[in-house]
Every structure is written in structure tokens, then in C-alpha cells.
Design a protein around this ligand. Structure first.
Ligand code: GLU
Length: 382
């Protein structure tokens, strides 16, 4: 067992700030609410608060609960039906938690967010302040995506990825993803008599991605793939992730005590919060194709992106918009905030910095993306 493997469970027991993501498949079964599970999870979260830990819940279930209230047999077929079901069900979802926390002397808060809202850095910071204030006054924030305004284009799409963004928002050191299976299986559980779990995952390899392939449930949008994405994103903001069965009694308390439950993912190279936001929460508005020299300078030289290394500009972006940098084979290398709009970059691409003023009649600086506004997409330690 490597050092990272042997120290990772104790690390979970040291976590002070925890994001708990609860999937629809944990809270409902065959379209019916699992009252016992709501009660069990709420009790455990309340106990963690009482012990001085801070917990933010990211809860799915609005669509499932709404569909049940509307008498629909499934979660709604079209996006609009799903949005309508979520609008109905969000009330019941919060009410389920509110009732249970009240018994333990705790208040809950409803926090609805969208990707496009959080992709704006000022709003991202505002959301952080709200969440931290709620925690300071001992209230349990319950986050969900605002499905009314989030259509396919602009949504997180799944609460797994949203939970990693929330981990970055509050500077969490632990993300617990509660689902209806025991963890990440080495082989699909239906293929083996005694399915084996991964205990510790240090790096998401293609083999691990294959093991995760192809599982989805009727109401949650995620499946295992988005859980791996969330674990990887959480690792880059310094949070350990535990994936485990939310129906098991005291599972949260056991995870928070460092017990070996489910699958645990170790942390990676920690990005500063703003860079994490840039890499995982923003949506890009354009693409810059770089030559090999610029790719090397950015990936290994810690350099800014200069106009000379850009060979092609795709998409229409404005000054300050996030863009993705790709190499000649189309591999995404980095994300950054553009210092020039797309039409200006088209004119200065392949040119030296000296020619910027000559070509444009002004200059926003030598860099098309300054290093401070740029983040590499792959963890350099991997
Ligand atoms: N926001 C959706 C809901 O509350 C769930 C999304 C998901 O499960 O990932 O039902």
C-alpha cells in the first residue's frame, strides 16, 4: 500500500468542511420517497454539525418528487416536463429536510444555482459568501441546480459535477457522494458473483473509466462517469472524495470517522480557487489552436500565451471570456481568459507582440492570455 493510500482514510477523518451529494436513487425507490433515508441522512448531518464540522448538502430528488406529486410514472420525458416536475418537487424536497432538521434544532436553507450564474466570477464569489455565512450561523445549506432556468446548453446537467463546484466554492476538504451502490466496482457488479470494489483510487486511469462505464438510473442524470468527473474535479481543489452507499446506516458518520467504506479518491495537485473555477465551472466561448512551441511554453515553461503561437481562432469571444487552448491534434491543453476579442486575435495571430499596436491601433498587453488567467487542464503530477 502506498503512502497516499495509507493516509487517505485518516485524512477524511480530519476533514472540517464537507460536501455531501445525495442522488435521487438514494432518496426515492420506484418513484416513492424513502422516508427512512431522509431521516437517517439528516440525523447524521446534524450530528456532524454538532461535532463542529461544517456540511453543505447537494441534493437531487426534485424531479423525482415532483413527478410523483404530479402522478407521473417516470421523471418526465422532455426537458420542459422535467423542469416542470423539478419546480413542483423542489418544495417537497426542501420540506423533507426542513422537518427533520427542525427536530434537531437546525434550520435549513435552499440554495438554487446554475452553471451560467456561477460561471460569472463575481456571482461565484457572492454564492461563496452566502454559503459561508449560512455555515457560520449554523444553518444547513441544501443546494440544487435551478432547473427552471437551466436548459441543456447552460446546465451543470448533473449534481455530481455541481457538487465538485460547491466543494471549490466553500473550500471543502471532503466530498461524499451518496449513491445506491457500494462504491466503484472493479468489474460491473452483474458480471461477477462477488463484485469487488476499488478501495482507494489515486488516479483515474482508462481502466478505471472502463470500470465506471454505462451505469445510469431513471431519475439521476449522472451515472458513474459523472461521479468520476466530480472526484477528479474535487481532487484539484484539495478535496478527498468518497463514493458510497447512502442507504447504509451511519455511512456518513463512518466516512467522517475515517472508516474504510466505499471507494475513496485521493486529492491531486491543488489549484487556487479562481483557477479551479476557470477550469471546471466556466463555459468556454471559443477555441485557440496553438503551434507546438506555444504548447511547450504553456505546458512545461509556465509561460503566458503570446499571439505568435496562435495558428487558428474558432468561435466568437469577447475580452475576458473563457477560451480553450488546443494543440494541432485537437487535445485540450488549457483554459484561459482572453485579453482580446476573437476578431482582434484573428488579426494578431502568428505575429510578434511588437506588431500588436500596428495591427489594432491599441494594445491590451503582450499576452493574449496572461499566465495568471490560464490553467492547465491536466494535473501535471499525473
Ligand atoms: N436537479 C435534479 C433534481 O433535483 C437532479 C440532477 C441530478 O440528479 O444530477 O431532480
Amino acid at each position: 500500500m502506498s503512502q497516499a493510500q495509507s493516509s487517505v482514510r485518516p485524512a477524511a477523518s480530519q476533514a472540517r468542511r464537507i460536501v455531501v451529494k445525495i442522488g435521487s436513487s438514494v432518496l426515492t425507490r420506484d418513484g416513492e420517497l424513502e422516508s427512512r433515508v431522509f431521516g437517517d441522512i439528516s440525523r447524521q448531518v446534524a450530528e456532524l454539525f454538532d461535532a463542529g464540522r461544517e456540511v453543505v448538502i447537494v441534493s437531487s430528488g426534485a424531479i423525482a418528487i415532483g413527478a410523483r406529486e404530479l402522478g407521473w410514472s417516470e421523471g418526465g420525458r422532455s426537458i420542459r416536463e422535467k423542469q416542470a416536475a423539478a419546480a413542483v418537487g423542489q418544495i417537497g424536497l426542501i420540506e423533507q429536510y426542513r422537518r427533520r432538521f427542525v427536530r434537531r434544532g437546525r434550520k435549513v436553507a435552499q440554495v438554487l444555482v446554475t452553471r451560467s450564474g456561477l460561471a460569472d466570477h463575481e456571482r461565484f464569489i457572492n454564492a461563496r459568501h452566502t454559503l459561508l455565512e449560512l455555515l457560520r450561523i449554523g444553518v444547513v445549506p441544501i443546494v440544487n441546480e435551478n432547473d427552471t432556468v437551466a436548459t441543456e446548453e447552460i446546465r451543470f446537467g448533473d449534481n455530481d459535477n455541481l457538487s465538485a463546484t460547491v466543494a471549490n466554492l466553500i473550500g471543502a476538504d471532503l466530498l461524499v457522494i451518496l449513491t445506491d451502490v457500494e462504491g466503484l466496482y472493479q468489474t460491473p457488479p452483474r458480471d461477477a458473483a462477488k463484485p469487488k470494489l476499488f478501495d482507494v483510487v489515486e488516479r483515474v486511469t482508462p481502466e478505471i473509466e472502463r470500470a465506471a462505464g454505462g451505469s445510469t438510473s431513471a431519475f439521476g442524470r449522472g451515472g458513474m462517469t459523472t461521479k468520476l468527473e466530480a472526484a477528479q474535479a474535487a481532487a484539484r481543489c484539495g478535496a478527498t472524495t468518497v463514493l458510497c452507499n447512502g442507504r447504509r446506516r451511519d455511512v456518513l458518520l463512518r466516512v467522517a470517522a475515517g472508516d474504510p467504506v466505499g471507494t475513496i479518491f485521493t486529492t491531486g495537485n491543488r489549484l487556487a480557487s479562481r483557477k479551479h473555477w476557470l477550469a471546471f465551472t466556466t463555459r468556454t466561448h471559443g477555441e485557440l489552436v496553438l503551434d507546438d512551441g506555444a504548447v511547450r511554453a504553456i505546458e512545461h515553461g509556465g509561460k503566458s500565451l503570446l499571439p505568435a503561437g496562435i495558428v487558428e481562432v474558432r468561435g466568437k469571444f469577447r475580452v475576458g471570456d473563457p477560451v480553450v487552448c488546443v494543440d494541432s491534434s485537437g487535445r485540450s491543453i488549457a483554459r484561459g481568459l482572453a485579453a482580446y476579442a476573437f476578431d482582434a486575435v484573428e488579426r494578431i495571430a502568428r505575429r510578434s507582440t511588437r506588431e500588436i499596436v500596428q495591427m489594432l491601433g491599441y494594445s491590451n498587453g503582450d499576452e493574449v492570455i496572461h499566465r495568471d488567467d490560464l490553467v492547465l487542464l491536466e494535473d501535471p503530477s499525473e
